[in-house]
Ligand binder design. Structure first.
Ligand code: FVH
Length: 311
C-alpha cells in the first residue's frame, strides 16, 4: 500500500454516497478517517486503507476537514451536536441533502460555535463520484470553498453558487423539481399509451427523442420571463395551449390525469386573470415567489422565514 498524501479528511456517514466519497479520496491518496453510526459499514473502507474511528469525537478530531454525508438535517445535528466543542476551528462541509433554510440554520449554528462551514448539494449518483460528469454545488463562505477546493474537486465538477449557504440546496432542489415533474409527465404519458396496450419500453423509445428535442424551448421561455413581456410576438399563447382535451382524453382512457391537470390548472388561472393571449411562459407568474416579501423576511442569520404568500 502506498503512503497517503494530501489533506487528511474525515468522512461522517458511510451510506452509498458517503462510501463513494471516502473511496474516491482514498484512491486519490488522501489519509481518510471514517465514522458511521453503524460501525460495520466501515469495514470495507478500512480494508482499503481508511482509519475507522471508534467514536464520533475521535473522528472529528482526527482532521481539520470534516465531510458530513448523513441522511437529513436532523441526523446532522444528532451526530454533531454532542461534539460541537471539538469542531471549533475546523472546517465542516455538509453534503447531506437539506432544504435551503436547513442549510442556513446549520451555517448559523456552525458560525456560533467557531466552525468554518460550507454547504454542498450532490448532483450525482454514487457510481458517478470521481468523474467530471458528476456535479456538486456549493454555497457559503467563499474563502472556505477556495481553501478546500482541491479536495472537493476529487469528487466532481465543483460549482460555487454564492455566500448564502442555502443557495446550493435551493438550486439542487430546483433542478430536481424540474426533473421529477418531467418524469411524472413521462409516466403519465406511458400510462395513457399503456391504456391501449403499448409497453412502457416502446413508449420510452418514442418519448426520449421527442422530449429531448423539446428542451430547446427552455431557453425561449427563459428569455420571455427575464424580459418581463409575455405579449412578445412568436410565442405560443395560453389560449392556444389549453390542455383540457388531454385531461379529457386521459379520463376517457381511465388514466389518472393529475400531472397534466396540474399544468392545465396553472394555464386556466392565467387565462381567468385575462392573460389568454400571452405566452405559455406566463404560468411562471402563478409559480414565482414574491421576492420583495422574502427579502424583507431575511433575518440576521440569513434565514428566510416563509411568508404567508409562500405557504
Ligand atoms: N445516493 C444518491 O444517489 C443521492 C445523490 C444526491 C445526494 N444524496 C444525499 O446524500 C446523503 C446520503 O445519501 P446516501 O445515499 O449515502 O444515503 P444512505 O445510503 O441511506 O445512508 C444514510 C447515512 O446516514 C446515516 N444516518 C441516518 N440517520 C442517522 C442518524 N440519525 N445519525 C447518524 N447517522 C445517520 C446512515 O447511517 P447507518 O444507518 O448506516 O447507521 C448512513 O450512513 C443524503 O442526504 C441523500 O439525500 C444521495
Amino acid at each position: 500500500m502506498t503512503e497517503p498524501q494530501g489533506t487528511g479528511v474525515t468522512v461522517l456517514g458511510l451510506g452509498a454516497m458517503g462510501s463513494a466519497l471516502a473511496t474516491t479520496l482514498l484512491d486519490a491518496g488522501h489519509a481518510v478517517t471514517v465514522w458511521n453510526r453503524t460501525p460495520a459499514r466501515a469495514v470495507g473502507l478500512s480494508a482499503r486503507g481508511a482509519e475507522a474511528a471508534s467514536a464520533i469525537s475521535v473522528a472529528v478530531t482526527a482532521n481539520e476537514l470534516i465531510i458530513a454525508c448523513l441522511f437529513d438535517h436532523a441526523s446532522v445535528h444528532e451526530t454533531l451536536d454532542p461534539v460541537v466543542a471539538e469542531l471549533r476551528g475546523r472546517t465542516l462541509v455538509n453534503l447531506t441533502t437539506t432544504t435551503p433554510n436547513e442549510a442556513r440554520e446549520l451555517a448559523a449554528w456552525a458560525a456560533e460555535h467557531g466552525v468554518d462551514y460550507l454547504d454542498g448539494a450532490i448532483m450525482a449518483t454514487p457510481p458517478m463520484v470521481g468523474a467530471p460528469e458528476a456535479s456538486i454545488l456549493y454555497s457559503g463562505t467563499r474563502e472556505v470553498f477556495d481553501a478546500v477546493r482541491p479536495v472537493l474537486d476529487r469528487w466532481a465538477t465543483s460549482t460555487y453558487d454564492g455566500e448564502d449557504p442555502g443557495l446550493a440546496s435551493l438550486f439542487d432542489l430546483a433542478l430536481l423539481s424540474g426533473m421529477y415533474t418531467m418524469f411524472a409527465g413521462f409516466l403519465h404519458g406511458a400510462a395513457m399509451a399503456g391504456s391501449a396496450g403499448m409497453s412502457a419500453t416502446d413508449f420510452a423509445a418514442r418519448a426520449t427523442p421527442f422530449l429531448s428535442a423539446m428542451t430547446f424551448a427552455f431557453a425561449d421561455d427563459a428569455r420571455v420571463i427575464d424580459g418581463g413581456d409575455y405579449t412578445v410576438a412568436g410565442q405560443q399563447s395560453l389560449d392556444f395551449s389549453d390542455l383540457s382535451h388531454i385531461v379529457r382524453a386521459s379520463e376517457e382512457q381511465g388514466v389518472e390525469p393529475a400531472p397534466i391537470a396540474a399544468v392545465q390548472e396553472l394555464i386556466s388561472k392565467q387565462i381567468a386573470q385575462g392573460h389568454g393571449a400571452e405566452a405559455f411562459a406566463r404560468i411562471y407568474e402563478s409559480l414565482r415567489a414574491d421576492r420583495t416579501d422574502s427579502t424583507d423576511s431575511t433575518d440576521s442569520t440569513g434565514s428566510t422565514e416563509l411568508t404567508e404568500a409562500h405557504r
